[in-house]
Design a protein around this ligand. Structure first.
Ligand code: FAD
Length: 810
């Protein structure tokens, strides 16, 4: 029986204890520095608003699971959830458009939501002045959670099954031996542990440091106020009847609480607080997670509130606090087992809204090895070292706070902490007028202003855009796409992948075990395959050049996939003989794509790139002029293409050499938007965007990536079972019938009136003349030639299911 120690008896610690107990784990000890169960953490004063809908499918699912769980619980007859509904109002035309888009998102993620007129909004929330709003979005299943009740019910359940909860015990250290946790030290005694789960809320970074693990979150103050009683609620006996209300244009939210209103504001400046500055129990009259109210930060919040809810004018604020809770650089929770310390798990920066969903997923992950829901976006190992720096955490979290209620465009880059990671080509890219975004911390060119002029002659293929879809777009991206198809384009691919070397006895065997491919490795050739989890779900793709049976140069998507490779290696028989070296920061990648690519490479080095000497997948280490490069002949997106890797210091020279060789052949520099639209036009789905760990290769239509007859790799048995069972959904290509219509991703797809699925990635096929999108559809809807509808900002547009494609045929 594994000894599990959970640090923190807030809503996250108790939820996870509850679900671990449900899974039969008995030896659970929950340690809490405060009194049980009003511990003084964030849960103790959370007003409990649960708005389920989120841009992330994962987060929406975690919220729905939370509602489901809390609805099933009561504390001696007192409910743990009041399903009073949730209402978001629009006070600007932009927000009203955004709510239409959000309604579509709700359909995509399986949440029922409806758009309301101003009068209907006032019908649901009678204090609201309908003349102030354009309309609202109503989600009937949203509501108020009672986390302090829920923790008690869940703890009671866990205790009945053997768990022990101790209050007033402060964890002071974590013992680690041979890279794994062994015990938790407290002010009282030492608790032996096989598994430690850190649910310490905003104190998480402190606990992390005890184990040598970085938990990049920032405690921030957030203002919350309670009004005095309102005559409209005279004699109210229910805690809450009105829906929870969000007024995002003024960064405010509201809930009824008996005869008054609770009101939260994000209008104020970000107020980061250091973990060390948080008061200890008993040091102040307030709980540790409550700081003195700073009225100067409340600013216009009250005035804005009274404009929307005029009844508040005569119900002044009777109590207000600066409450503390956690923010993260990307606004996502931090979940999972730390790469550095085996057995040290983390569930941090989780709102009440997602708490029970997280508890359930954590229990599945810890006990079964794989959570039901894809948690890549929340994985603790997604943070590269730059993103663990205090400077980064503070700046990005402050930005996240400021933008929390903004209208987020899917292509909008962060403003803070830019120019952190620069590829060696950066200076040249700037000279060409590159517009940058940030990818994995790198500055990545989206398109080059220098190519704008070339769009003019191709206007027929590059329809002008207006409004939402024109943002973060330039017709230069269209020109780059077309020129890559006509001539050739040079792409900086440095940001897209992590690069590494896998060396030592057993490296080839390890790759065979890790992936769906690599049965035969030919030195001097590149191959690619999928990594699967134990349930046959896709954990990433891995491309590798075999230099010898004991030496591979490989790439994976990002830090989470990198961690997966390392983790599997540690658990494999090759742990002591095979080494992984991270080359990402010290290397760079250029892709040359297009019909003229061979001529350009020949111009760069006539001997090395002799025509006929290269066959697809072939790789060589050679010099171009003085630059040592690893070159792979890799036709991509249906175009002849080379990928070139070199060290960071030589990158600029390589760029210049290729540029000089390529210009006479019409070579241009092209950015990530053209790369993506070329990908879509060639029908190449992308891991992380179009399919993820919830899907298997058959559902994703990439079964060619699984070598026929291969066994003995991670997930093979589950994969056979999934294959035999047949797909529950299919990744499908759709084309939008009207060539002037552009969509942005995550829109719902309808088959008649029935929701049939949702869009993943989408882009404009500039040579094909129309928008192309991937979508997950029910098998009934995914029939080639069938007409469906996609909903975009509340309007429906016909789309056609494209003929089924095959990666091999590309
Ligand atoms: P906590 O409840 O803080 O629990 C962590 C526990 O760990 C604490 O009890 C702490 O004492 C304990 N601990 C820490 N260090 C140690 C140690 N060394 N030894 C032993 N124990 C330790 N979320 C929503 O979803 N909806 C809302 O409407 C909402 N409103 C909010 C309003 C305000 C004003 C604030 C501040 C937050 C709000 N939140 C809301 C956020 C929400 O409250 C938190 O995200 C959530 O409660 C976090 O739960 P937790 O269990 O992770 O953390």
């Amino acid at each position: 029986d594994q000894k599990v120690v959970i640090i923190g008896a807030g809503v996250v610690g108790c939820s996870t204890a509850y679900f671990l107990s449900q899974k039969g784990i008995r030896n659970i000890t929950v340690l809490e520095q405060g009194p049980l169960f009003e511990t003084g953490g964030s849960t103790s004063h959370a007003p409990g608003l649960v708005f389920q809908l989120n841009g992330s499918k994962t987060m929406t699912r975690l919220a729905s699971e939370t509602v489901k769980c809390f609805m099933s619980l009561d504390l001696d007859g007192q409910p743990c959830f009041y399903p009073v509904g949730g209402l978001e109002v629009a006070a600007t035309p932009e927000r009203w458009e955004e709510l239409k888009r959000k309604r579509g998102l709700a359909v995509s993620w399986g949440i029922e939501a409806s758009l309301l007129t101003p009068e209907q909004c006032a019908g649901h929330f009678p204090l609201l002045d309908p003349s102030r709003v354009y309309g609202g979005l109503h989600v009937a299943t949203d509501g108020i959670a009672k986390p302090l009740r829920a923790v008690q019910v869940m703890a009671r359940y866990a205790k009945e099954r053997g768990a022990e909860f101790y209050g007033n015990i402060e964890v002071t250290g974590i013992e680690v031996a041979d890279g794994r946790v062994t015990a938790v030290k407290t002010n009282d005694r030492i608790y032996e542990a096989d598994v430690v789960l850190c649910c310490a809320g905003m104190w998480g970074p402190k606990i992390g440091r005890m184990a040598g693990v970085s938990i990049p979150l920032q405690p921030m103050a957030h203002q919350y106020a309670y009004t005095s009683p309102l005559k409209e609620f005279a004699d109210e006996t229910e805690e809450v009847r009105l829906p929870i209300l969000r007024h995002q244009d003024r960064s405010l939210y509201f809930r009824q609480i008996f005869d008054g209103i609770g009101m939260g504001s994000y209008q104020h400046r970000p107020i980061p607080v250091e973990v060390e500055q948080i008061a200890r129990h008993g040091e102040t009259e307030e709980m540790p997670s409550v700081q003195p109210f700073t009225p100067e930060d409340f600013g216009n919040a009250w005035q804005d509130a009274t404009q929307l809810l005029p009844a508040l004018k005569v119900a002044p604020v009777k109590r207000a606090i600066n409450g503390l809770f956690s923010f993260t650089p990307d606004e996502m929770p931090i979940l999972g087992e730390a790469a550095k310390v085996k057995g040290f798990w983390v569930a941090e920066a989780v709102w009440v809204t997602h708490s029970a969903g997280v508890g359930k997923a954590m229990a599945e992950w810890m006990v079964d090895g794989v959570p039901d829901v894809d948690l890549e976006v929340c994985d603790i190992n997604r943070f590269d070292s730059y993103s663990q720096s205090p400077a980064y955490i503070k700046q990005r979290c402050s930005e996240a706070f400021e933008k929390v209620y903004n209208i987020h465009h899917p292509l909008e880059p962060a403003d803070s902490c830019r120019n952190m990671r620069l590829s060696p080509f950066y200076a040249r890219q700037k000279e060409l007028g590159a517009q940058f975004t940030e990818t994995n911390g790198w500055e990545q060119a989206r398109w080059y202003g220098a190519n704008d002029a070339m769009a003019a002659g191709r206007a027929n293929n590059i329809p002008e855009r207006a409004g939402w879809e024109a943002r973060y777009w330039s017709r230069a991206a269209g020109a780059e796409h077309l020129i890559a198809l006509e001539q050739a384009a040079m792409f900086d691919l440095t940001a897209l992948k992590k690069r590494g070397r896998l060396t030592g006895e057993g490296a080839a065997e390890f790759l065979r075990m890790l992936t769906t491919g690599f049965s035969q490795n030919r030195p001097g050739y590149a191959s690619s395959a999928l990594m699967l989890n134990e349930r046959g779900g896709i954990k990433g793709d891995l491309n590798a050049v075999c230099l010898s049976d004991t030496d591979f140069f490989f790439t994976v998507k990002g830090a989470v996939e990198w961690d997966w490779v390392q983790r599997q290696l540690r658990q494999s028989p090759f742990a002591s003989s095979v080494r992984i070296e991270d080359l990402s920061s010290g290397t760079c990648t250029i892709g040359i794509l297009g019909p003229m690519a061979a001529d350009i490479m020949q111009a760069a080095d006539r001997t090395a790139f002799n025509p006929g000497r290269w066959i697809p997948g072939q790789a060589r280490e050679l010099h171009i002029d003085t630059v040592p490069v690893m070159v792979v002949y890799l036709p991509t997106f249906g175009l002849p293409g080379w990928e070139l890797y070199t060290s960071h210091d030589q990158g600029l020279r390589l760029w210049d050499l290729l540029w000089e060789a390529g210009r006479p052949h019409g070579l241009i520099a092209a950015g990530s938007q053209a790369y993506d639209s070329l990908r879509l036009e060639s029908r190449t789905p992308d891991y992380g965007k179009d399919y993820w760990s919830e899907h298997d290769p058959y559902e994703a239509g990439i079964e060619e990536a699984v070598e026929a007859g291969k066994t003995g790799f991670i997930g093979d048995r589950a994969l056979s079972e999934r294959r035999a069972a047949g797909p529950k959904q299919s990744l499908t290509v759709l084309t939008v019938d009207d060539p002037s219509v552009v969509i942005m991703g995550y829109e719902p797809v309808f088959d008649g009136d029935k929701a049939a699925g949702f869009i993943t990635s989408t882009g404009y096929g500039y040579s094909e003349g129309g928008t192309i999108a991937y979508a997950w559809l029910s098998p009934q809807a995914a029939l080639a030639g069938k007409t469906l509808q996609v909903e975009y900002f509340g309007r429906r547009y016909p789309v056609t299911v494209a003929a089924q494609y095959s990666v091999a045929a590309k």
